[in-house]
Design a protein around this ligand. Sequence first.
Ligand SMILES: Cc1cc2nc3c(=O)[nH]c(=O)nc-3n(C[C@H](O)[C@H](O)[C@H](O)COP(=O)(O)O)c2cc1C
Ligand code: SF4
Length: 466
Amino acid sequence: MITYQAGKQPDPREHRLIFKNVDREGWDPSIDCYLRDGGYEDLRKAIAMEPKAITEEVKKSGLRGRGGAGFPTGLKWTFIPPNNTKPVYLICNADESEPGTFKDRYILHQDPHQLIEGMVISCFAVGAKVAYIYIREEFPEAALILEKAIREAKEKNFVGTNVLGSGFDVEIHVHRGAAAYICGEETGLIESLEGKRAYPRIKPPYFPAVLGLYMCPTIVNNVESLCHVKHIVRMGGDEYAKLGVARNTGTRILCVSGDVKKPGYFEVEVGKITMRELLYDMCGGPKDGRSFKAVIPGGSSSKILRCDEKFTLKNPDGTSRELGFWDIPMDFDSLAACGSMAGSGGVIVLDDTRKISWILNNINTFYAHESCGQCTPCREGSMWMKKISDRLVAGEASPKDVATLESVAYQIDGRTICAFGEAASWPVEAIIAKFREELIADTRPENEDAPHNPEAEAQRRFLQPA
Ligand SMILES: Cc1cc2nc3c(=O)[nH]c(=O)nc-3n(C[C@H](O)[C@H](O)[C@H](O)COP(=O)(O)O)c2cc1C
Ligand code: SF4
C-alpha cells in the first residue's frame, strides 16, 4: 500500500528523472496522461537505432544497477553469449524485498508506463521477445495497475507484434511473486518464475545472462534500473553520465526511514549530496531533543555506520585522506570505501533512543525467517544468530554470547550459495564491531551457566535413562 501525496513538492536539492511524475499534481497512471507528457517518444527513437547502439549508450551512461549490487547495466547486457541461438528473456525485478526500500512501488503504482517503455527499449536492445515483471505478492494493487498499463500499451502498439511498425515483437507478462525475500535474489526469482520453490542457483555456472530462465540467456534488472534506460536513450549516454560523479553516474532514489523529522523518498544525483545534506537539510535533522546515533545506508543487509566514525580512504594517487561520517557522499564507491554499501538506497536512521541489541534482534529475526534453508551455514546460522540475540534482548545473554554470535556470523559469510549469507551476516559483524560495549552491557556473566536451550535441556532429560 502506498499513500499518494498529490502536489508534494520535491526538495530543491533533488534532481527528478525517474520520480518526475510521482505525487505530481494532476498526474495519473493512464496511458493518455503519459502520452500527453511525451510518453513513448524515447521508444520511437530507440527502435530507429541499432540494438547494439542502445547497449553502447547504456554502457557509456555508466548506469549501475539500482537493485542492490550496483553492477554496470550495459556490461551485464553484453554477457549474453554472442553466438546464442536460444530465446533471450528480460525480467524486471519488482520484488522490492530489502527492508528499508520503498521506491519501486511508487513507480509501479504511479508511473507504470515509464517502466514499460524502459522495458520495451531494453528488450529491443538485448533481443528479448518475452519479458516478465516479477512483482512481489504483497503488491496486488500494483500488479493490477501494471496489467492494465500493458493492455493500454498493446492497444497503441507499443507492446505486441510489430511494435510501431518496426518488425520487432515483444510481450510483457506480470508474474505475482511468492511472498519471500529470497524471491528478490535473481536466481531464486528465476526458479520461482519457473514454478518452483525459490531456491537460488549456484554461480557459476548459473549466471542468468548465460543460463537463466528455462536455461536461456536472461537479463534481470531492477525496476528503477530499467526506467533509467529510457532517459539514457533520450539524453544519450554521454549526457546522462554528466549527472552524478565519476563511476557513480545518474540519479538514484534514496528512501529515508526511521528517526528523522521528514522521512521519505528523495531522487538525487548520485554522489552529489553528503550524509549531512541528506539527513539534516533534506530530512530536517533528528527529532526534537534527540541526536543521531547510527545509519544503515543501503537496506537492512548493509553494514551499519556510526555517526561519530572517521574513515581513512585511499586517493587515486596512492595517498590517503580522512573522511568523517557526515561528509560521506551518497554514492556506491564512497559507501563501499567506508565499509558499507549503497545497496538498494534504503537509508535507515537510528537515534540515541534506539537500543542496539533490539536493532540486532530485529534484523536477525528477519533473516532467520527468510533463509530459504538450502545451505547449512545460512539455515542453521541465521537461526542461531536470532536465538542469541533473543537472549540479548531478554537480558539472558552472557558476555561470551557476543563472541559466539560474532563467530557464527563469520562462519556464514562467504560460505553460502547466494548472497543472502552476506545479507544476514554483515549486519551482525558490523553491529558487533561498532557497538560491542553496548551489547556487552546488555549481558550478565552469571547467565553463562544458564541452559541456553531449554528445549534441548528438556529433551536431554527425557532421553536420559531413568
Ligand atoms: C537476498 C537477496 C534479495 C534481493 N532482493 C532484490 C529485490 O527485491 N529487488 C531487486 O531489484 N534486486 C534484489 N536483489 C538483487 C538481485 O539479485 C539482482 O542483482 C538485481 O535484481 C539486478 O538488477 P540491477 O542490476 O538492475 O540492480 C536481491 C539480492 C539478494 C542476494
Ligand atoms: S544463502 Fe541462505 S538464502 Fe541463499 S541459498 Fe543458501 S540457505 Fe538459501
